[in-house]
Design a protein around this ligand. Sequence first.
Ligand code: SF4
Ligand code: SF4
Length: 474
Amino acid sequence: MTIQLIEHNLHEIAVEGRRVLFHIPTSALFELDPVGEAVIDALRGHQTLESDDLNSVLAKHFDTNQVSDTLDEFRQLNIIIGGPETTARAPAEITGEGLTTLVLNVNTGCNLSCTYCYKEDLTTPAKGDLMDIGTAQRSVDMLIKQAGPGARVNLVFLGGEPLTNMKLIRSTVAYAEEQAIVADVKVDFTLTTNATLLTNEIIDYLDSHRFGLTVSMDGPKALHDRNRKTIGGKGTYDVVAKNVRRLLSRYRSRPVGARVTLTPGVTDVHAIHDHLVGDLGFHEVGFSPATAGDNDIFNLNGQELADVFAGMKALGRLYMEGALRGLNIGFSNMHQLMTDLHEGTRKLIPCGAGVGMLAVDKDGKFNLCHRFTGSELPTFGDVDSGLDKAALSKFVNDAQDRTNTDCATCRIRNLCSGGCYHESYARYGDPLHPTYHYCDLMRDWVDFGLEVYTRITTEKPEFFAHHIEPRRAT
Ligand code: SF4
Ligand code: SF4
């Protein structure tokens, strides 16, 4: 029988002298034993090898039963095969059930004018289009109805700046809480804010409804003020930092995170993290490198992006050192990667957009996610006529079909799965185009994550029970 190694299903990394196999189809990690190492070494470099030839090479060092057990295991893992692998997947059917998150774009207006903002429909608060209460209530009805008794759903308020439409937020929260009791559904609320409009009264209101909060903030004053400005062009650091301090001193219900947009000149990941976590006291910080906005001035070029990833790895090492002492330092990009590896995440599509999550724009139309509201991409039905299930099923099926792209055999395809639809849309005009502009950096980042994951699993396995499993359970 002819044996062949399926290279695109395995990726090897060295961790402190040990050879660890990343099993790409399942995102699982295995430490290779000497027989496994010898099998892979013997097969590597050959298109195919007859099993008799393989056995005769290995018989000098290993028992034939050991070799045959290893070959069986590798066959089950689909890393060796007698012929080409088939990657056919069952088509997905979007039924409208399984939606767990609905994002409401409550106002296209924002009280700031951040220079890099990606929103196509963004305007000032005075000119902003506010979502009306009926649209918000019909969105809630749809989310709760399809979830069914016992389910848990998440209602997200975004803008523009969502706090410019507190009237709608308060009435929608009250309505959702009432309807959730009737339907026996648990509803959580989430909001991302620039923090400039936070008052004690608003903070306490959000706290009493257990809002999950994220603040958009770009680090210390010199970095934050480069892009995050008022409509009149003034930096907003002073007011944001003051409000954040107040927020963090009185917010009790859930940890609060920060989200940073990295742009040219705002790339010092370590200093930004240090300020936001160390000085201000955020629970965690997530970084989004700008690579595909409308305005090229704010997109990181190749070298800047490489520097950003180098900075992310340096911070990732601090994350690892913390984890080995049982601490989570609050670096959400790394924490998400550890969570994906720990859970053996196998993504057929890059994110939940269009499947577990949809965004409703001010007119009640369904968009793939919050970033698409106001864009030219066709919408998928609306809260009055219902979800356009056929169009959404087609989109999701097309997204899963990576034939004739580099993603088909990419070693991180089950973690990246082609990258963010909106980045592709902004950069290539096609949400299904793979985000080719930083594949090598992404692969290197995942390799780094595998190394970190292996170290933590070996030296401090309880870190995952303390810091990842509870996070999922809440
Ligand atoms: S976009 Fe690039 S990194 Fe992501 S799966 Fe495709 S080829 Fe791999
Ligand atoms: S498409 Fe991009 S921005 Fe939208 S939810 Fe997915 S990853 Fe996020």
